[in-house]
Design a protein around this ligand. Structure first.
Ligand code: NAP
Length: 284
């Protein structure tokens, strides 16, 4: 079997064009990004997000602070963006320098502007099955699975990785779609025993080549979220040999990466709709 490659780049382009039409209808939308320090990978991500935002007509505000910024300085900036009526979405790029408490910063973002879905209110809504703003990468994974009509209800889904940004929310969304979900992590014993049971396997670890062909069930759908920079370019967590066993596989690059950016723009539009009362945000 040679897997069908799930073309995230093409689907993301369609989503961006839908978002562009929605932005034109809604009027000005403001998305603020906050970058603390000069992590080169974070700089690349911020640049990509700004370019994508501008292409669909979203006004992107680029706020940067030095690596030695104190927690109170960052909290002050988040507070200022919360108060700024022209800003619909706020994204604080992670990882943050070690002196900053990431969870505390996320708790400070106004939940209705929390386009990364990391505020406990939005994370809790997802946990309860009443999703509001959901992290963009998991949304991108689910949108790709939907596009390729991958069955989820009643299927075995296995997620590798349990971060609040990817693994946990993707597991919650799969559960909501009625899959039977297993979550694996660095302490999982006998990873292959779990992955071999997966009809749908989502891999979000950050170890290139972690998942090899002998760990995958024949005919499975495999979504590779991982990104590792090598001299040869970007590689995922899934060995290319998996394409001979799986029925569907996402490429890296060109799979989940572009979907993440497209879904982030979608979240900015969703936040703008909440703020304009076009969608009800459950405050109480
Ligand atoms: P993270 O916060 O570092 O989490 C990695 C997860 O992998 C942790 O839960 C860890 O388990 C687990 N893990 C580590 N070694 C493992 C092993 N041998 N077997 C099974 N699980 C293992 O990373 P993240 O933010 O979720 O990102 C994961 C990857 O996705 C990274 O490569 C990142 O660059 C990429 N990413 C891509 C996109 C995109 O748009 N394509 C977006 C976000 C992230 P413990 O919890 O036990 O430590």
């Amino acid at each position: 079997m040679t897997a069908t490659m799930m073309d995230g780049a093409a689907l993301a382009a369609r989503i961006r064009s839908d978002v562009k039409a929605e932005v034109a209808e809604l009027g000005e939308i403001g998305l603020a990004t906050v970058l603390v320090g000069d992590d080169p990978a974070s700089e690349i991500y911020i640049r990509r997000k700004h370019k994508a935002a501008e292409e669909v007509g979203i006004r992107a505000l680029d706020r940067r602070l030095p690596a030695e910024t104190s927690e109170s300085e960052l909290l002050e900036l988040v507070g200022e963006l919360n108060e700024d009526d022209s800003i619909d979405g706020i994204l604080v790029q992670t990882p943050l320098p070690p002196q900053l408490d990431e969870a505390r910063i996320m708790r400070t973002i106004d939940p209705v502007k929390d386009v990364d879905g990391l505020h406990p209110f939005n994370a809790g809504q997802l946990y309860l099955g009443h999703q509001t703003l959901v992290p963009a990468t998991p949304l991108g994974v689910m949108t790709l699975l939907d596009e390729y009509r991958i069955p989820l209800a009643g299927q075995q889904a296995v997620v590798l990785g349990r971060s609040p940004l990817v693994g946990k929310p993707v597991a919650m969304l799969l559960l909501q779609a009625n899959a039977t979900v297993t979550m694996c992590h660095s302490r999982t014993a006998d990873l292959a025993r779990q992955t071999l049971a997966a009809d749908v396997l989502v891999v979000a670890v950050g170890h290139s080549g972690l998942v090899t062909a002998d760990m995958v069930k024949q005919g499975a759908a495999v979504v590779d979220v991982g990104i590792t920079r090598t001299e040869a370019g970007l590689v995922g967590d899934v060995d290319p040999g998996v394409a001979e066993i799986a029925a569907f596989l996402t490429p890296v690059p060109g799979g989940v990466g572009p979907m993440t950016i497209a879904c982030l723009l979608g979240n900015a539009v969703r936040a703008a709709r909440y703020r304009r009362g076009a969608l009800a945000f459950p405050r109480v």
